[in-house]
Design a protein around this ligand. Structure first.
Ligand code: HEC
Length: 105
């Protein structure tokens, strides 16, 4: 009996450890995506404008939704054929480092 309590405790401990492990991997993957967003932006978008265009007076992107539409338009206009997750990486990179939107969805 003492032994079965020990086993269920160990199982719970193991699943807690697995959960923390998953959270750490998720955070890591997230950081990598922002990094990929930065690279895509620097390699394909900065030939026309610096990041200053994202802080101009009559800013076109007023929300993440606007930004997503505009980024999608530009990548398509440039014939880049970015996948949806690549567009999202650039959107999140700009939203966090340039626009400072409070809502990021
Ligand atoms: C051919 C030149 C050119 C390229 C390449 C280009 N842009 Fe732009 N972009 C502009 C110009 C010019 C403006 C400002 C005028 C406008 O809004 O149409 C602009 C504006 C923007 C805005 C709106 C800024 C605001 O006011 O909030 C975003 C966002 C943007 N670009 C993202 C991108 C992204 C992402 C890429 C790469 C896929 C890209 N652009 C590539 C020329 C370019």
């Amino acid at each position: 009996m003492g032994c079965s309590i020990g086993v269920s405790f160990l199982l719970r401990l193991a699943s807690a450890v697995a959960f923390v492990g998953t959270a750490a991997v998720t955070l890591d993957a997230h950081a990598q995506n922002l990094e990929r967003g930065r690279e895509l932006y620097e390699n394909h978008c900065q030939k026309c404008h610096t990041a200053k265009v994202h802080a101009r007076k009559n800013q076109a992107a007023l929300s993440v939704g606007d930004l997503r539409d505009i980024v999608n338009r530009w990548q398509s206009n440039q014939g880049l054929r970015w996948r949806e997750d690549e567009i999202e990486d650039v959107v999140q990179y700009l939203a966090r480092t340039r626009y400072f939107f409070t809502t990021l969805r």
